[in-house]
Ligand binder design. Structure first.
Ligand SMILES: CCCCC/C=C/C(=O)SCCNC(=O)CCNC(=O)[C@H](O)C(C)(C)COP(=O)(O)OP(=O)(O)OC[C@H]1O[C@@H](n2cnc3c(N)ncnc32)[C@H](O)[C@@H]1OP(=O)(O)O
Length: 378
């Protein structure tokens, strides 16, 4: 017998509409007005993002002359707009609407909670520590193989934002227990909001855009310490890390087709670039699982360590790297990232649009249902 969540999920899926979820001009106008009503200053970085999206949505690609270096504010605005390159107006409009919507909802969810603004977040399923110039973000849901819940996506974003600003020089993502991460928690699909599947898909799209965007824009060297098997989004994101160290027990599996879904985490761009189109297709289209050594041979992993000495060797190495001049490391990272930052954001948008279609498909519904009703394991 199917659980209540699975049945309600199925019913919602069957009734959902096939209309595309592009933001209309009216949605855009509403978002522009909503921005004016925000009580909390979203911060300079966010304001620049919104400015750029607004200009791109209303005027198209930036073709203004670049302001002089001394005109700092105009130059920051110009840089932000110009970084959007040829992003279509429609996509910029949609990204703007989604960004404003996430700001409004985080503002309303923090209302009424005394001290919500000033409190350092206590993460339920992450352990964040900072030592020896290294901030470690550890996924901490070992009994569920560190599957990522909706709350965890948000917490990882908060933890990355804090790590990007703290005084550490390197940030490391790793997992607690025998898995690095089993990817998206498939129960995320059963938590259906009052607006039904359409609203759920829209919320997931906002969540994912913001989540992957944070990895694209992370300002410091970012290292993955892959302590065990990795599945789904935890694999695709590796293409956005600067270094990937893996235990020889780790495996790398992207079973999107089996789940009726399609790749995310910018892997449709990073994987062919890293390993060549043929190897990338075998992983992303056919769901071939790689061993750590295969992933290393294909360039996705930097180095493989025996599981018995993984922790010791990785942390010794990272502690030595963390003593290198931090500003030089940041500058090098930014130079490397800037070459393709715009392309990565555009890929993120494209992948999410495709996924929104997939989430409404029968193939995806059946795959999620099969897992939740314990019929199929990967
Ligand atoms: C909203 C944004 C969406 C972003 C798009 C992201 C896409 C992806 O990441 S796609 C990949 C999704 N992941 C999966 O499909 C993995 C599903 N899990 C499995 O196939 C297996 O659990 C396993 C191969 C990862 C491990 O198998 P095994 O060693 O036999 O362990 P168990 O299956 O008994 O797992 C223990 C426990 O953990 C729960 N669990 C594991 N992974 C997930 C998951 N991804 N989502 C939800 N729950 C998961 C599993 O159900 C078990 O729970 P209990 O039965 O309650 O003990």
């Amino acid at each position: 017998m199917l659980s209540r969540e699975v049945s309600s999920f199925l019913v919602q899926q069957m009734h959902m509409s096939q209309t595309a979820m592009r933001a209309s001009h009216k949605d855009f106008e509403t978002a522009v007005n909503q921005m004016k009503l925000l009580k909390k200053d979203p911060g300079n970085e966010m304001k620049l993002k919104l400015y750029a999206l607004y200009k791109q949505a209303t005027e198209g690609p930036c073709n203004m002359p670049k302001p002089g270096v001394l005109d700092l504010i105009s130059k920051a605005k110009w840089d932000s707009w110009n970084a959007l390159g040829s992003l279509p107006k429609e996509t910029a409009r949609q990204n703007y609407v989604e960004l404003v919507s996430s700001l409004s909802s985080s503002e309303s969810s923090s209302q009424g909670k005394p001290g919500a603004d000033s409190k350092q977040p206590g993460y339920e399923t992450l352990v964040v520590t900072s030592e020896d110039g290294i901030t470690k973000i550890m996924l901490n849901r070992p009994t569920k193989k560190n599957a990522i819940t909706t709350q965890m996506y948000q917490d990882i974003v908060l933890a990355l934002e804090a790590a990007g600003k703290d005084d550490s020089t390197i940030t490391v993502l790793t997992g607690n227990g025998d898995y690095y991460c089993s990817g998206n928690d498939l129960n995320n699909f059963t938590d259906i909001p009052p607006g039904g599947i359409e609203e759920q898909a829209k919320n997931n799209a906002i969540l994912l855009r913001n989540f992957v965007g944070c990895f694209i824009d992370f300002p410091k060297p970012l290292v993955a310490a892959v302590n065990g098997p990795a599945v789904g989004i935890s694999v695709t994101l590796l293409g956005l890390f600067d270094i990937v160290y893996a235990s020889d027990r780790a495996t790398f599996h992207t079973p999107f087709t089996h789940l009726g879904q399609s790749p995310e985490g910018c892997s449709s761009y990073t994987f062919p670039k890293i390993m060549g189109p043929a190897k990338a297709a075998e992983m992303l289209i056919f769901g071939k699982k790689l061993t750590a050594r295969e992933a290393c041979a294909q360039g996705l992993v930097t180095e493989v360590f025996p599981d018995s000495t993984f922790q010791k060797e990785v942390w010794t190495r990272l502690k030595a790297y963390s003593k290198l001049p931090p500003n030089a490391m940041r500058t090098s990272k930014q130079l490397i990232r800037n070459v393709e930052r715009e392309k990565l954001h555009a890929t993120n948008s494209e992948e999410i649009s495709a996924l929104q279609g997939r989430w409404r498909s029968e193939e995806c519904t059946n795959a999620v249902m099969n897992f939740l009703s314990r019929k199929v394991k990967l």
